[in-house]
Ligand binder design. Structure first.
Ligand code: PGA
Length: 245
């Protein structure tokens, strides 16, 4: 069985003083069954990579621009992330889709850019509470997968993260049956892409904590977790990683 992928998304948190948490995570994963990643703000990528790469922790960006370089003030390209020591990048997080107006087409272009630069994109999808309550979760999520995962990624390494918008940072999570239902629908959409995409890991994200990680990580078609708040403290993130074993 492929090792689960467990990635911490630090969002807009973390200063040099917090690198000790990343070092504690790196020191604590010896013997872990999972593949581990940490996605800090772009300002910390190179220092974090220096601190944790030797322990086998992958470092990633939280977003990238689709172009290699150019007049895009404030943006960071996938090539720049790779140059700074990243091997992963989150694209299409709901905080980017909602707060920065990113469309499926934007996300697909970023995912392609990531692969072009040698990064493994983690492509995020997920429905809002209104969409779930209207019975549209499967339709929305599979539509996002079709729109955000380019067919050209069929033979690239990538992951999809199912992150219901209403579960992010709220302490709420879907039932295991709901998670399994959405993951099965994502798997079916990936099968239509073919190639290696058929087996791409599907992570769950949204209020993953030490006390719910074990059941979520062992649910059908859950190939890992994308963890926000609980990845900021080594003690919590290490418990989530241990729950994968
Ligand atoms: P959370 O965030 O774990 O704090 O809910 C998850 C995410 O947004 O990736």
């Amino acid at each position: 069985m492929t090792a689960p992928l467990i990635v911490g998304n630090w969002k807009m948190n973390g200063l040099a003083a917090d690198l000790g948490e990343a070092q504690a995570i790196a020191a604590g994963i010896i013997g872990a069954r999972a593949r581990i990643g940490l996605c800090p703000a772009a300002t910390l990528i190179s220092r974090m990579a220096e601190a944790v790469s030797a322990a086998g922790v992958a470092v990633g960006g939280q977003d990238c621009h689709a172009e290699v370089k150019g007049a895009f003030t404030g943006d960071v390209s996938a090539e720049m992330l790779q140059d700074a020591g990243a091997s992963l990048v989150i694209v299409g997080h709901s905080e980017r889709r909602a707060g920065h107006g990113e469309t499926d087409a934007d996300v697909a272009a970023k995912a392609l850019a990531a692969v072009r630069a040698g990064l493994e994109p983690i492509i995020c999808v997920g429905e809002t509470l209104d969409q779930r309550q209207a019975g549209q979760a499967l339709e929305i999520v599979t539509g996002q997968v079709r729109g955000s995962v380019p067919l050209a990624l069929a033979d690239a390494g990538f992951a999809v993260a199912y992150e219901p918008v209403w579960a992010i940072g709220t302490g709420l999570t879907p039932s295991l049956a709901e998670i399994e239902e959405v993951h099965a629908a994502i798997r079916a959409a990936l099968r239509q892409i073919g190639g290696r995409a058929v087996a791409a890991p599907i992570l769950y994200g949204g209020s993953v904590k030490p006390d719910n990680a074990r059941e979520i990580l062992h649910a059908a078609e859950v190939g890992g977790a994308l963890v926000g708040g609980a990845s900021l403290k080594a003690v919590d993130f290490l418990k989530i990683i241990a729950a994968a074993g």
